[in-house]
Design a binder for this molecule. Sequence first.
Ligand SMILES: NC(=O)c1ccc[n+]([C@@H]2O[C@H](COP(=O)([O-])OP(=O)(O)OC[C@H]3O[C@@H](n4cnc5c(N)ncnc54)[C@H](O)[C@@H]3O)[C@@H](O)[C@H]2O)c1
Length: 441
Amino acid sequence: MGSVADSLMKKIETREAKIGVVGLGYVGLPLAVEFADAGFSVLGFEVSADKVKSLMAGRSYVGDVPDEQVAASVETGRLTATLDYGRLSEVDAILICVPTPLGKTGDPDVSYIMSATESIGRSIHEGQLIVLESTTYPGTTRELLLPALSGGGRLSVGVDFFLAFSPERVDPGNPVWKIGNTPKVVGGITQACSEVSRALYSTIIERVVAVSSTEAAELTKLLENTFRSVNIALANEMQVVCDKLEVDVWEVIAAAESKPFGFMKFTPGPGLGGHCIPVDPHYLSWKMKTLDYKTRLIELASEINAEMPRYVTEKAADLLNRDGKPVKGSAVLVVGAAYKRDTDDTRESPALDVIQLLAEKGAQVKYHDPLVPSLRHEGQDMESVPLDERLVTDSDVIVIVTDHTGVDYDLIRRSGRPVLDTRNVLGRAVPEATTPVTAGE
Ligand SMILES: NC(=O)c1ccc[n+]([C@@H]2O[C@H](COP(=O)([O-])OP(=O)(O)OC[C@H]3O[C@@H](n4cnc5c(N)ncnc54)[C@H](O)[C@@H]3O)[C@@H](O)[C@H]2O)c1
């Protein structure tokens, strides 16, 4: 490798390298504190003044990162959050962790990536490593980042500066798989780019897997999440099939799971949620559309998953109907607003759709979520209500959307009220300790 790469590797090895993390959200903040804990000096760049203020006061806003960890890193000076992009020139490695949502038309919105990249491009200098971690379509790193980072042709990639893509695999709320023990994939524009990024991540992650290109790394993430979307869609379709055949889908899945090979358990649910599984497959289908190829299976899976909140609402209406009650005016309790167990994240949560669909039909909807004290959806504010005997017995139907561990399911079970349990949480003897492969993630 060249001398610039060698000296950057040396700085990484000795922890003298200063690390910049752009975007301190669910992905960026855990990464920033992990590098700070490993002995690096970390500068976190944000556009949200509230987040910077909170972190500098030692307060975390991400469930998996405790306040104490942030406070300790800030106190020792290992972690500093800033709004000042002028400080990008101070760092040796920059990890981009900004959002990649869908635009209004359902197409990729890479504007956050572009805005961060343009800022980096203005101050890029020799010896810097830039890694994109945001999930995106194959080609983004080479086609969008590389031209903006070459300093107007002044800097040569793989020689003067280094550029790679490394997908984030964080699974919020997972008690087993954390940053350190989840293998990380990296793909550089050149071999030297891969090597430098591998060296950096190896300081905090046990196993780093290098692939031959940024496109291979970008596609790895999309394969992982599309795999989940497609298999969750199959589980959801099995739910509908089993309902029609009056067979318990959970019993069938448990029995299939006894096969020690060739089957992997996925479970049905109320629909997809979060920033990843409902969104990422669209990045791939969009890219393939530009190449005149329709990703039929991927699109069908998204369609099936997107129909689930409506299906859940219809089933809740059926339960009310069984008791001779119309949806209009009935008291419906939705348990769980977060998109998955033990997180406070409500982005794209199917609970929001379920609440809205029921409210549109005139139901009196309340929700309980120990991790989501309030929510705003489609302009409406709601507050979580305490789960007590009175609330439960006053409900005409209870819809369990999220299977958080801290909920008194026995109270619901004992009440004898009609329950639509989309997660089979009441069917489990004890809530599972680890995160299963489940719908709605
Ligand atoms: N949340 C997950 O579980 C998860 C898992 C794997 C991958 N990802 C991917 O990681 C990326 C980030 O996701 P997230 O969940 O952390 O999003 P997030 O919204 O929680 O965090 C992104 C942060 O970036 C900040 N930001 C936006 N533009 C910025 C800019 N120009 N400069 C500095 N900061 C900026 C936002 O204020 C926000 O705090 C996305 O591409 C997502 O698909 C997320």
